[in-house]
Ligand binder design. Sequence first.
Ligand SMILES: Cc1cc2nc3c(=O)[nH]c(=O)nc-3n(C[C@H](O)[C@H](O)[C@H](O)COP(=O)(O)OP(=O)(O)OC[C@H]3O[C@@H](n4cnc5c(N)ncnc54)[C@H](O)[C@@H]3O)c2cc1C
Length: 552
Amino acid sequence: MSAEQNSQKVLIVGAGPVGQMAALLLAHHGIHSCLIDKRSETSTAPRAHAINARTLEICDSIGISAQRLRELGASADEAGHVRFVGTITGAEFGALPYERQDEGAFAFTPFPLSNVSQPIFERELQTHVRNSELIEFRRGVECTSLVDRGNAVDATLKTAESGEIQTASFSYVIASDGANSKLRGLLGIEMEGPDALANYLMIHFQSDLRAVTAGKRGLLYFLFEPGVSGALIAYDQAKTWVLMHDWNPELENREDYTDEKCLGLIEQAVGQPLPETTIENISPWVMTAQVAKAYRKGRIFLAGDAAHRIPPAGGLGLNTGVGDVQNLTWKLAAVMKGAAGDGLLDSYEIERQPIARVNNEQSLNNAMKLFDLIVAVHGLDPEKTAERYASVAESPEAFPELAEAVAAQKPHFDSFDLQIGYRYNSEAIVDPAPIPEVLDVSDYQPSWDAGAHFPHRWVTHDGVVQPLQSLLSPSTFTLVHGPDSGVLAGHTQINQLTFGVDFKDEDSWQKQTGLPDNGAVLIRPDGHIAARFDQVDEDRFMTAVKQILARG
Ligand SMILES: Cc1cc2nc3c(=O)[nH]c(=O)nc-3n(C[C@H](O)[C@H](O)[C@H](O)COP(=O)(O)OP(=O)(O)OC[C@H]3O[C@@H](n4cnc5c(N)ncnc54)[C@H](O)[C@@H]3O)c2cc1C
């Protein structure tokens, strides 16, 4: 690998979901990348399950079929609820729908959230990665150091099998090397926010628990029987489960958690003898809630868990990471192709860091809010926990505070607005609308404001009803004209659509966008509204583009 060969290539360190998506998005923009991972194979740890609407939309926009991903996931019948129980077979204190998997969600997205376990999602991405001619994919290769020379980055790459060490030069580097990012450390970028909030053992096991859960299917079971702790995650009721077990590494030894002991814990959580069950993996995991102080250092960018360590209470970690690289890759492509100035790359941190902060804060609140339920079930007097639990388990309906505490968990399991309603405010948006305070994370309001993501609409094109997003391009800007706005001549590199001509919508242009019929909306490749025009002409358009792309 010579320095010249890589001069127009991006190095992506870490082929987790975020690194793989970065490579696929760059390839979609026609940019070569070298994607490396120190692991020789994809991780089998189930970890993420909630692949949200925005992530599915991003996948679909670059040819990774969201429909197929949804089919690979657990159905809403299986994974549509969260249950608060003593044990799976014991008392039930309440249940909530799990995220927007209902029919109503199709009004806001063509692809509502689906529960796809992370290894399945990663394997699907890997198939696309391996099929891309623009991605050089190398497993068993670790990046051990980076030197930013100002016009390129020299990376030291170590191949595990041979021990060979190479130095190669790249235009830019995306560090998607996970929560304990070595590259973040090498760059001296600090994290902000609480570290080591709670310790869990993730006990991954295989068991067919369908007979046990009949009548109370769900994705998550939070366990409250005294002596039983944590939560069960049903990635696939027929085989793939994880018990998140609280433990204290200062008082306990990991070695004491033998397969036999873990089987006992699972049996307690289920509340009856287990069908054939095998332990796949037991790994300690520390919950943190941190965001990196900087996302960029010169030509190196942090993305995904390397940039934010979001508590899993909310299912936002992986999804936030996918949003990061969707935001970063079109900008990198525009700069590498000479269409944009370097300043555009600064907007990556400005736009994405606040999203991570909000998601982090909400996820932390969700985790904390679960303590209200513990209090409602166990009471406040530790001496009387067993007594209180027995009464609550016998007749939960006699304890109104329990129903209230269950209802108060809703934001944890329905954060639709955080998932698809996030907005940007930077120089890469012309006159961005002020970002409204999020008062209710479940309440998503579609908006055509500058900075918002264009709203999903079912429109008619060539006589076929389809999502508006299928007419937009993820690799170029789209100018959507009102019905009386003329198309700009000579701009073949952008996608131009006229409302009422190229597609029909049952609501009027003015009602939706608030713009006159000769107005227009400019949409960035990542779907965010870059500019709104009361009327559009060459000068206004070029002034806006110059600002957005940091040219001049
Ligand atoms: C129990 C649990 C449930 C979760 N549920 C959800 C959920 O429902 N939804 C959601 O959105 N998120 C969820 N998450 C979070 C999600 O798992 C992470 O956010 C996601 O894995 C982050 O992806 P990543 O690609 O940034 O990092 P990772 O998946 O950690 O990948 C990093 C990769 O970098 C490689 N690497 C590291 N260092 C180097 C190096 N120096 N050189 C080369 N390669 C390197 C590693 O081998 C690894 O493959 C959950 C997490 C847990 C623990």
